[in-house]
Design a protein around this ligand. Sequence first.
Ligand SMILES: NC(=O)c1ccc[n+]([C@@H]2O[C@H](COP(=O)([O-])OP(=O)(O)OC[C@H]3O[C@@H](n4cnc5c(N)ncnc54)[C@H](O)[C@@H]3O)[C@@H](O)[C@H]2O)c1
Length: 245
Amino acid sequence: MSRLQDKVAFITGGASGMGEMMVKQFTAEGAKVIAADINTAALEEKWGGQDNIFTIKLNVTEDAEWEDAMKKAVDHFGKVDILVNNAGISTEKTVDQITIEDWRRLSDINSFGTFLGMKHASKYMKEAKKGAIVNISSYTALIGMGLNPYSASKGAVRAISKAAAAEYGHAGIRVNTVFPGVIQTPMVANLEESKAQLDILKKMTPLQRLGQPEDVGNAVLFLASDEASYITGAELVIDGGYSAR
Ligand SMILES: NC(=O)c1ccc[n+]([C@@H]2O[C@H](COP(=O)([O-])OP(=O)(O)OC[C@H]3O[C@@H](n4cnc5c(N)ncnc54)[C@H](O)[C@@H]3O)[C@@H](O)[C@H]2O)c1
């Protein structure tokens, strides 16, 4: 039997990078997937016309949009077993460069968006008395990497995930967090970080390579599946050993 047979998974940021990979990996393991993203054109281009994938426009910072998206997802596939809070944005700005608006935007999308996802999915999961949530933080939440709003927003994801695991466990809902290192997605390709800098990062990584979207997707798939049925509040670092040095 496939690892996600009969499961319905809601994946944010499902139009690019890791989210796109997870949509592929989850459907390959038998799940029906709701791919939610603010970028509707990319959603349609990638997933239009597939019966096992339902696309939804969602800005993760909007409470009302989450309520509507969850309802549409449940109306379409009958339930939501899994939520992956993956949508996010990054910045390379240092503390001297960031504006108040930058800080608020990063925090709004990366951490408040994750909170809203848990709030709205847990409503349905509580009724079902089961569910699995996987939140995407970052290795920058664990080590001193840039005094910027990105690290702060991902640190908040770590904290609220722990709190949610403690709070939702009684309702049968598991909440786990992954901490990717540098993963080769459009997010990284769009940074100005030069190839030389990425090469240095690679050399400093014990496993001597940068991460690929499937490295993260494999871990998320495991945590979302029933194979992880006694795992909640866990923190899984997926960085080739970078933060272990
Ligand atoms: N790539 C990395 O090196 C890396 C490392 C650690 C953590 N992460 C995290 O992994 C997640 C996925 O990153 P990625 O590298 O695949 O990035 P990506 O830019 O390829 O994809 C992010 C997706 O999120 C969507 N999105 C952005 N803002 C949104 C919003 N307000 N509402 C809904 N959707 C929105 C984008 O449209 C895009 O499709 C992010 O949370 C990111 O912070 C990435």
